[in-house]
Design a protein around this ligand. Structure first.
Ligand code: SAM
Length: 977
């Protein structure tokens, strides 16, 4: 049997300073034990049991106590007047239930006691009255009861007073010692009367037994089973109960019954559970005991707020917590173990969603009765750190929509909503709100408020976090009691800086806060749903949507969909230069590996080019000189709310041998301002910033202006604002120096990067000499086009520069048009054989979709159309298709000479899977197009993104299928012959 590690002696310092007592995680040990974990349970569970006189409360209490034999239970009686009055319980006793390890304290401790004058008028005294009306005193010493129970709840022992029933006063010299216990049962007819007493109770039970029914049962039992006559039974019953003497009769009629009606019965409404038939109701008592057992294993706050759920602790979970709380943990391990825990929280949270029953047939033909998940669901990250839970959520809920809420801490009242991006139909969805640390609860409350304003019912919100501070739980649960909070551990408290104690590691990041608290103050991420900095570590070669994509294409007739995973490392991406912090203490730099923490680079000293461009997650240890000019403008930059910079390396001089090209390269820094409008609150700052940095839209600040890419065999110039494809180069660096751009480390193999792979595939689908129109062309990087159409006029400069470098020997015609594809899209289709579209993430403009759907009808009209009218001056240039010039054959001709036909082939390059699906479905449903081929490319390994190259052909494709099946038939025929 493997050795088990169960020690809880591992005390270490968490990132926030205090110690966390945890476990060493031993991979061999997987089981859990409640006893070792029960450590954290401090406060007893308090149950109030009320009901009318002789309703069976005592039986119920006894049964609960017996069933909880493995816990320490204390029973505290308020007192039962009738029992006292008939002398049946005129004494207190301490019973020892040694066999079942239970100490049960039995007493009538909180009768206040009467003065000498009151004792004389004892018959007028209503012991069943909570605020005695006759002699104006309280029958019970509620204050003392409160004090005792408070002490017991805090784990202290108390001395309960003993009541002398003979003299109607407390014994001054004797007390009963009651020790701390797991469960306190407060029993009495009026224990629900005082709100302060009720507030002490975690559970309130009302025993609801009709006295007449009890009497009737007794008569039946004694006459039928014991052969006695009714009169003697009644006599005995009356003797035993409350009607044996005239005094009792009077007391019952005068006090007990009215007090029951006036005070006991109305307090029934405070009960959480009403038990009909008292101690006979075994089912109810079983359920109650089950509930108490669950609660005993829970954190105290769960006893107060029924919608707090802490995932059940096991040694594995405690072990993972021990790791992530250790300030010495590596960031990699921290992210790994946090992610594991977050997944458990997400799974637990999903368990609170509604479901419908469903049956499926298994491969054996049997029926399995199961459930169907709730489909109307979405996640909402509270931006800064909520995104760190998105991966886990996506892993558990395929294709889940995730919205974002950004709340700024230092705004009005310490919190200000800055940004929200939520699904339009959020009011119909259950919402999983994500934030790994619940600290003060302020951001959470504001986010919940926003969701409610958007129409989400409070009870539809499940707030998921990794750790919670009690302060945060109080704050959220008091205000939104119907919101469920699911967490993996509840910590002790918050410190003065509102950090959770003991908190979690690794050691503080450069902004002085722990990573988990502030890993994602990613303003760029509010602009696009994911950024290339948001990478994950698992399944780098398989984006999560891959399976969905394969199924999607199969459904639409493409069963040979391919996916090119490309290289998983060393690819080039435009690094985003992140900006964080405050204007007083800004950080400008790159994301730290695996996180959204910014590594400040104030003293750029060169050599950083290689690292910056090699891979977005590799942070330059050295600094970069070329961005210094821009960085010096930091004070301006920090007045912006949303701000993003891009840096890209230029190959600069591609006539140099590849291995030397980047040594003398330059970095291009692009600054992009994001504001809702130029009249926004910070417009003044925007203008300052624009003047200083952008000039008239763009201003060249310093360094080389030119930025060159070598794509598809030609040199392409990219202006600062032009779109630039990611994953185009394979660079190898050693100690920060570039070794190679095209060869692997052993110097032999040349491997294409993702974009080059896509271009190679794309070229196969363009027949030689075809007339091609490239809508959404950027600077024309795809390089096939006869006509490039692009909305960003800045790309014109790039286009021109590229043309200048093209070999003059090329004989072809190419034009670049500054135009909006969505305006009169049909005019751009006329005269093209092949249409290439490479739209932004949002997909094709609706007008273009409309034109493509109606292409058949348009075809007839097109013959009579004029050539497209272009508002800007056309740039007619020679062009090259790609490196293999010999395969290129574009006859020299002008657009006017071309046919008026409309494209037969549509090549769709997509970077937005969701929009692609929509566009594709719209095209196919028109029956004007069918899908012929589809390929996927791993442009951003480690992200959710998939790049698609889809080839559509005109018509429904029915004839193609027929032809294929015809061929098959022939073959079969020939075989038969
Ligand atoms: C994904 S990029 C592709 C650029 C180019 N194909 C490349 O590979 O470099 C999309 C381009 O479409 C342009 N664009 C966006 N909306 C447009 C519109 N309505 N008309 C024309 N171009 C548009 C953008 O400016 C951007 O350059």
């Amino acid at each position: 049997m493997p050795e088990q590690t169960t020690s809880i002696d591992y005390v270490m310092e968490a990132a926030s300073g205090p110690h966390f007592s945890g476990l060493r995680l031993d991979d061999r040990f997987l089981s859990s034990s409640s006893s070792a974990l029960a450590d954290s349970i401090k406060q007893p569970f308090v149950i109030g049991v009320s009901g009318g006189t002789a309703s069976g409360k005592t039986t119920v209490c006894d049964m609960i106590i017996q069933q909880l034999h493995d816990h320490r239970v204390v029973l505290v009686n308020q007192i039962c007047y009738a029992m006292w009055a008939c002398g049946l319980c005129g004494q207190s006793e301490v019973r020892d239930f040694g066999d079942w390890g239970l100490a049960k304290e039995w007493g009538d401790s909180f009768y206040r006691g009467l003065s000498a004058e009151e004792s004389e008028r004892v018959h007028e005294y209503n012991f069943d009255h909570p605020g005695n009306v006759l002699i104006n005193v309280d029958a019970f010493d509620t204050e003392q009861m409160l004090e005792c129970v408070e002490k017991l709840k805090q784990g202290n022992s108390v001395q309960l007073p003993i009541y002398d029933f003979k003299n109607h006063r407390r014994c001054s010299e004797s007390f009963r010692q009651v020790n701390a216990s797991d469960v306190i049962i407060l029993e009495g007819i009026l224990v629900f009367h005082d709100q302060r007493v009720r507030d002490l109770m975690n559970m309130k039970i009302f025993v609801d037994t009709d006295a007449d029914v009890r009497l009737a049962r007794r008569i039946r039992r004694d006459t039928v089973e014991r052969g006695r006559d009714v009169n003697s039974v009644l006599e005995q019953a009356l003797q035993e109960e409350y009607l044996t003497s005239s005094f009792i009769s009077v007391q019952y009629a005068k006090f007990v019954k009215p007090a029951f009606d006036d005070f006991v019965l109305p307090s029934k409404k405070y009960a959480d559970v009403i038990i009909p038939r008292g101690g006979d109701n075994h089912v109810a008592i079983d359920l109650i005991v089950q509930h108490i057992r669950t609660k005993l294993g829970q954190h105290d706050l769960c006893k107060i707020y029924p919608n707090i759920y802490v995932i059940q602790s096991t040694f594995q979970i405690r072990g993972m917590h021990t790791l992530i709380r250790d300030k010495e943990i590596s960031k990699h391990d921290f992210v790994f173990y946090s992610d594991r825990l977050i997944r458990l929280v997400v799974e637990h949270g999903l368990g609170h969603l509604p479901f419908t029953e469903m049956q499926v047939v298994t491969p054996t033909g049997s029926v399995y009765s199961g459930v169907d998940f709730c489909k109307k669901l979405c996640g909402v990250s509270i931006v800064r750190s909520g995104e760190s839970m998105e991966n886990a959520l996506r892993a558990c809920c395929k294709g889940i929509k995730i919205g974002k809420i950004l709340i700024h801490r230092d705004g009005d009242n310490g919190k200000q909503l800055i940004y929200e991006k939520l699904p339009k139909d959020i009011s119909e969805r259950h919402v999983l709100l994500l934030d790994p640390v619940l600290a003060t609860g302020n951001s959470a409350n504001q986010s919940i408020e926003l969701l409610i304003q958007k129409g989400v019912p409070e009870s539809y919100i499940i707030f998921l976090n990794l750790i919670s501070a009690p302060e945060g739980i109080h704050c959220v649960s008091k205000r939104f009691p119907a919101v469920k909070i699911v967490t993996s551990e509840i910590d002790v408290t918050l410190n003065d800086e509102y950090r959770v104690i003991p908190g979690l590691g690794p050691s503080t990041s450069c902004d002085g806060r722990s990573i988990i608290l502030y890993p994602l103050r990613c303003f760029t991420d509010t602009l696009v749903s994911r950024c290339s900095g948001c990478t994950h570590e698992h399944n780098l070669h398989r984006p999560i949507v891959l399976q969905e994509a394969t199924t999607f294409f199969k459904k639409h007739g493409v069963s040979d969909f391919t996916f090119d995973t490309c290289r998983l490392w060393g690819w080039r991406c435009r690094a985003k230069l992140a900006i964080r912090g405050s204007s007083a203490d800004p950080q400008i730099g790159l994301y730290e590996e695996g996180t959204h923490n910014v590594v400040d680079i104030p003293d750029c000293k060169g050599r950083g080019i290689a690292n910056i461009t090699s891979y977005p997650r590799n942070i330059p240890s050295s600094k970069h000189k070329c961005c210094r000019g821009a960085l010096e403008k930091r004070s301006y930059i920090f007045n912006a709310i949303l701000f993003l910079e891009r840096m890209a390396v230029t190959t600069y001089n591609t006539s140099l041998p590849a291995s030397e090209r980047y040594r003398s390269g330059r970095v291009q820094v692009s600054l992009v301002w994001n504001a809702r409008s130029e009249t926004s609150a910070s417009a003044e700052k925007l203008n300052d910033l624009a003047t200083v940095i952008f000039g008239n839209r763009w201003r060249h600040i310093l360094g080389e202006r030119d930025f060159w890419e070598h794509v598809g065999g030609i040199d392409v110039y990219l202006a600062p604002s032009s779109f630039g494809q990611a994953n185009t180069k394979f660079l190898i660096f050693y100690n920060g120096f570039l070794i190679s751009t095209v060869h692997s480390i052993d110097g032999i193999v040349f491997i294409l990067q993702a974009f080059d792979s896509l271009l190679q595939k794309l070229h196969k689908y363009v027949p030689l000499g075809a007339s091609v129109t490239d809508l959404y062309a950027g600077a024309g990087v795809i390089g096939l086009s006869v006509r490039c159409v692009e909305i960003n006029k800045e790309s014109k400069l790039a286009f021109e520069k590229t043309i200048e470098r093209l070999p003059s020997s090329l004989d072809s015609s190419i034009s670049w048009h500054h135009a909006d594809t969505s305006l009169d899209p049909l005019s751009w289709l006329v005269g093209s054989d092949v249409l290439v579209v490479d739209p932004p993430r949002k997909g094709l403009d609706p007008a273009l979709i409309g034109a493509l759907r109606a292409i058949k009808q348009a075809e007839r009209k097109a013959m009579t159309l004029e050539s497209p009218t272009v508002n800007v001056k056309d740039e007619k240039r020679p062009w090259i298709l790609r490196a293999r010039e010999d395969s290129v054959n574009i006859p020299s001709r002008t657009i006017q000479e071309e046919s008026r036909s409309l494209p037969q082939t549509l090549i769709y390059i997509s970077c937005g899977w969701e929009s692609f699906k929509e566009n594709c479905t719209a095209l196919l449903s028109s029956k004007a197009w069918h899908l012929s081929k589809a390929h996927g490319f791993n442009f951003f390994p480690g992200t959710q993104s998939i790049e698609i190259l889809a080839v559509f052909k005109r018509g429904t494709g029915a004839s193609v299928k027929k032809k294929k099946s015809g061929k098959k038939k022939k073959k079969i025929k020939s075989k038969i012959q």
